[in-house]
Design a protein around this ligand. Structure first.
Ligand code: CA
Length: 521
């Protein structure tokens, strides 16, 4: 769905003006700043050529992330192997798919003893820290310093797991709190050593609680609707019909859309102070009152829900982007921007109304795509656009190589460093393995393979298959699995899928032996 032809002309102009690349790092090892967010889609990043990218550029939604892309490289084909928070985070940390690292579902812990990159980077002489969302049960972070959100974490006045497992409460809005904690850690660092800093934002995860300074932002703007907002799922197998993630039907009116009687605070509003609630009420109570009076029905109601969901989502994204800017400014002010690799990514993609959906979980395009942007002065040519198929399982080995740390043999991923250097490895993967183990939002368990052109999915509980020709059907509306014209493609893809499952030693038996811990979403 994305191609390099969509890249912003203004970014290209910037590149021409930017002249020579920054001087090579003076210290022998570069700092690593990993800015990671939660559920941030490609569609809502200006630098990508996705559905809402143009809107995001017009409305200045992600100027700092876009700046990072202009000064670094943008991966167009970056995928997760399981579109869910905990599994993607475990894959990032270990370089292994879910069945091998132990995290198939939400809140599970990485199997003790499995290698994780932060500890290896620390052993290579780095001072290391992680702040924010973790969501990996009792998995230790393996860093010198950590403040991790308790469980899923909350938007207001969040609790963090501090030293010795004690809870620390921090007042404020979560995105700013996490970013500021990381900046404070940077300010007290030992400047004689390189650092690895991981800033894991909770935003823009559901229920999309925006930062106060953007409560009114986009209020009178119409967010472009996707052509598939009223998808009827014809042309697809039963799982697409049976899911429970439709904006019109399934989005939560109170928690997600925040329409409830005045004063009846619940969910994410409970931890807020009276002052924080008053600030919210000033803007949103009039909106809710107008909504109640309008008494919308049917498609009009779905359209209203889409608009309000997307506005809160984009406000959250804007809050994340502001804090990306804070870090870029800090690195520059410290004079270490030339010595620091900055990575922006998110744990998976997200549906922003495509197919009428919110959420993720599917192998389908909006869900499986992860944003991935890397600025590495002196190594990544500014404005680079990388097209090889990469995955979250590649991050761990990449960070290890940047730090000069040793990664063990047998990881499922590969270091991205050769690609970042502008090389074109001839043996690079031509397909990506995907598996969603459920449960949640009525999305059926499935595994599949995504190649440069096709997506093949097997919903194994009902033994149904889907095949999408993403070149001819980028919106993935018509499965061509049963079309005789695609019989050869189906055969080839099934062989490739079986090969991947064999290479990664993935079996159904593994799933049956380890019942999942389930909770949250
Ligand atoms: Ca997530």
């Amino acid at each position: 769905m994305i191609s390099s032809r969509f890249i912003l002309p203004s970014i290209l102009c910037f590149l021409q003006l930017s002249g020579a690349m920054a001087p090579a790092a003076e210290q022998s090892k570069p700092n690593i700043l990993f800015l990671f967010s939660d559920d941030h889609s490609l569609q809502t990043i200006g630098a990508y050529g996705a559905r809402l990218s143009e809107f995001c550029r017009e409305h200045n939604v992600t100027p700092n992330i876009d700046r990072l892309a202009a000064e670094g490289g943008l991966f167009l084909n970056s995928f997760c192997g399981n579109s869910l928070c905990s599994p993607s985070r475990a894959a990032v940390l270990t370089g292994l798919h879910a069945h091998a690292n132990g995290v198939r579902m939400l809140g599970q812990a990485i199997t003790p003893g499995v290698w994780m990159f932060p500890e290896a980077v620390g052993s290579a002489g780095y001072q290391t820290a992680v702040f924010g969302k973790w969501h990996l049960g009792a998995t230790p972070p393996g860093t010198d310093f950590a403040r991790l959100l308790e469980g899923q974490g909350r938007y207001w006045n969040p609790n963090f797991i501090g030293a010795d497992g004690k809870l620390e409460n921090h007042m404020g809005y979560v995105t700013d709190v996490i970013a500021d904690m990381g900046l404070d850690w940077l300010k007290q660092r030992d400047k004689s050593k390189p650092f690895l800093l991981m800033v894991h934002q909770k935003s823009p995860h559901r229920p999309w609680m925006p930062p106060p300074k953007y409560y009114s932002w986009l209020q009178d703007v119409k967010i472009p609707e996707p052509p598939t907002l009223f998808d009827d799922y014809a042309g697809r197998a039963s799982p697409a019909h049976d899911q429970k993630l439709e904006i019109g039907r399934d989005i939560n009116m109170r928690g997600d859309l925040k329409v409830f009687p005045p004063g009846k605070w619940e969910g994410e509003f409970k931890p807020m102070t009276e002052e924080q609630r008053a600030e919210w009420s000033k803007v949103f109570e009039p909106r809710n009152e107008a909504f109640r009076k309008a008494n919308l029905q049917g498609d009009d109601l779905t359209r209203w829900k889409y608009q309000e969901y997307m506005k809160d989502y984009l406000r959250c994204v804007k809050g994340v982007d502001d804090n990306v800017g804070k870090y870029l400014d800090y690195l520059k002010a410290e004079g270490i921007d030339g010595d620091t690799v900055v990575i922006y990514s998110s744990d998976q993609g997200f549906f922003n109304g495509e197919h009428g959906w919110f959420d993720k979980r599917w192998i389908y395009e909006e869900s499986i795509h992860m944003p991935l942007i890397v600025r590495w002065p002196g190594v990544v040519k500014p404005g680079s656009v990388f097209t090889p198929m990469v995955q979250n399982i590649d991050y761990a080995e990449t960070f290890a190589e940047i730090a000069g740390a040793k990664a063990p043999d047998g990881l499922h991923g590969k270091s991205l460093v050769p690609i970042l250097r502008g090389e074109k490895p001839s043996d690079w993967r031509k397909s990506v393995y995907y598996r969603y183990y459920g449960p949640g939002e009525g999305v059926a368990k499935h595994y599949g393979v995504r190649t440069e052109r096709y997506t093949l999915a097997h919903f194994y509980e009902t033994d149904e298959w889907e095949l999408f020709d993403n070149e001819k059907d980028p919106q993935q509306l018509h499965s061509v699995y049963a079309d005789p014209a695609y019989a050869k493609a189906v055969d080839d893809l099934k062989i490739e899928l079986a090969r991947l499952r064999q290479v990664f030693k993935e079996t159904d038996e593994v799933e049956a032996k380890q019942p999942a811990q389930v909770g949250g979403e």
